[in-house]
Design a protein around this ligand. Structure first.
Ligand code: HEM
Ligand SMILES: *[C@@H]1O[C@H](CO)[C@@H](O)[C@H](O)[C@H]1NC(C)=O
Ligand SMILES: *[C@@H]1O[C@H](CO)[C@@H](O)[C@H](O)[C@H]1NC(C)=O
Ligand SMILES: *[C@@H]1O[C@H](CO)[C@@H](O)[C@H](O)[C@H]1NC(C)=O
Length: 343
């Protein structure tokens, strides 16, 4: 797309402006990606990535769900104020932080894993490794543990010092978003439609609370109590796991807390079964199943469902691009001593 743009400009424009245009393009890529580097801690803290990896591997061996939590944490960090570890900051008396937002509040997992890695890193290399990089490494290590997906993480992120409770509302997609709303949310972050679909494959691990999709089972709309884009037999099975909150006999606060695996086929493997589920009309979130509603995304789903080996590198590359959103580098921000508080 960008290449064809350059070509069409090249034939129509005088040499000088063409050169400027290309220079402009390469400068803008430099700003968004080239400021991070693979092996950033090679001299300053050579064991940094090994330490994170050891802590993450141990945590996942005890509880594989933590790997899902860490991948989601990276997404929620990068989409709100960039990948700056704003998601890790605790609230202060006069400032509730991102952690208090309903998208994070009760469901964010893996915070203790980051704390443990950070404590070890501070004792080995004080004031050197940012919390934002620890999240990016931990998400990558989770993908390796749960999906045998390998990729290198460009690092050098610095930590921000602002975290506001309400910001996730305008930056994170909603579980009932349609495909156009999803596309816009990701486009705001310069994430392409294909990267968005590839990244959604992360919903092949981890859990969702019933509250995020149970309207599709019980109270879809006035003519269809059940969402017709969900397989009817599957919906009936799910009904027994997620009872109707509106029924007076059930305790709704209890039902809100029920969690079910996002992927019915292989709930603890990060693989392409998410896309097969969508083809079988077994996506749980409306936003998942929505990918089948538009021909362009449905085509990508079909490709990823059929060719797992095509999806893996697409997922890895998309994670790296997501990890470069609005990063702080150089002398911006700081290296927090404790990931939960600003220095
Ligand atoms: C496309 C828009 C997306 C929406 C609307 C969405 C929404 C959600 C929701 C509602 C949950 C359930 C949370 C809970 O009840 O605990 C969830 C879980 C999860 N999401 Fe997403 N998500 C999206 C994209 C992504 C992306 C891009 C990633 C990562 C690359 C991701 C990774 C995860 C993971 C791993 C879980 C399971 C977390 C756990 O088990 O702790 N999601 N998502
Ligand atoms: C997206 O790209 C445009 C143009 O290169 C840039 O101005 C903008 O800051 C980028 N946005 C993000 C979130 O990276
Ligand atoms: C309910 O949803 C179905 C399926 O999306 C749709 O065909 C129908 O028109 C909707 N009914 C109302 C009243 O919105
Ligand atoms: C936050 O960081 C910026 C530099 O990135 C600094 O100028 C500012 O004083 C810091 N604010 C607080 C509250 O620490």
């Amino acid at each position: 797309m960008a290449a064809s743009l350059i070509i069409s400009y090249r034939v129509k424009m005088p040499i000088g402006s063409c050169f400027c245009f290309i220079l402009f393009l390469s400068m803008s890529t430099m700003i968004s990606y080239a400021s991070l580097e693979v092996g950033f801690y090679q001299l300053s803290c050579p064991s940094a990535e090994t330490i994170v990896r050891r802590v993450v591997t141990k945590a996942i061996a005890e509880n594989p769900g933590l790997g899902a939590g860490l991948i989601r944490m990276h997404f929620h960090d990068c989409f709100v104020r960039g990948c700056d570890a704003s998601i890790l900051l605790d609230s202060t008396p006069d400032n509730p932080s991102e952690k208090e937002h309903p998208a994070n509040g009760p469901s964010l997992r893996g915070l203790e894993v980051i704390d443990e890695a950070k404590a070890e890193l501070e004792s080995k290399c004080p004031g050197t490794v940012s919390c934002a990089d620890i999240i990016a490494f931990a998400a990558r290590d989770s993908a390796r543990e749960l999906g045998r997906i390998h990729y290198e993480v460009p690092a050098g992120r610095r930590d921000g010092n602002v975290s506001l409770r309400d910001e996730p509302s305008s930056h994170l997609p909603q579980p009932n978003s349609n495909v156009e709303q999803l596309r816009q949310m990701f486009a705001q972050k310069n994430v392409s439609l294909e990267d968005m679909v590839a990244l959604s494959g992360a919903h092949s691990i981890g859990v969702t609370h019933c509250s995020f999709f149970s309207h599709r089972l019980h109270s879809f709309n006035s003519t269809h109590p059940q969402d017709p884009s969900m397989d009817a037999k599957f919906a009936n099975d799910m009904k027994s796991k997620c009872p109707n909150n509106d029924q007076p006999s059930s305790s709704s606060s209890e039902n809100q807390n029920i969690e079910v695996p996002l992927d019915v086929l292989t709930p603890q493997r990060l693989d392409n079964s998410y896309f097969k589920n969508l083809q079988n009309q077994q996506g749980l979130l409306a936003s998942d199943q929505a990918l089948m509603a538009s021909p362009s995304t449905a085509r990508m789903v079909a490709l990823f469902a059929r060719y797992g080996r095509l999806w893996v590198p697409k997922f890895a590359d998309a994670m790296v691009r997501m990890g470069s959103i609005e990063v702080l580098t150089g002398s911006q921000g700081e290296i927090r001593k404790n990931c939960r508080v600003v220095n």
